[in-house]
Design a binder for this molecule. Sequence first.
Ligand SMILES: [Zn+2]
Length: 94
Amino acid sequence: MSDSDAEWMVAEVCRLYDTKGDKAVFAAKNGQVIQYRDFCVVIGTSDTYVVDEDFCTCGDFMYRGLQCWHILAYRTAKALGTIVQRDEWYQDLI
Ligand SMILES: [Zn+2]
């Protein structure tokens, strides 16, 4: 993905998801999306969640079936190339 595509995607995320989009982009740009050896996580406001392309461990997603901002943050960080790589096992930290 080129830089302009990534910028376009960020603009779209903000436009389509409003507050959630803003949160997602902020997290993606501030190193809150972290790829460990085993899992990828997003550091949220009150907790840290394991995320994937279309999966998240937060309550909104698991119990209310909502598109949450964590997944958006993951996708945005992936597009921007801002996922922080950690050479550790997330399982060891929890
Ligand atoms: Zn979530």
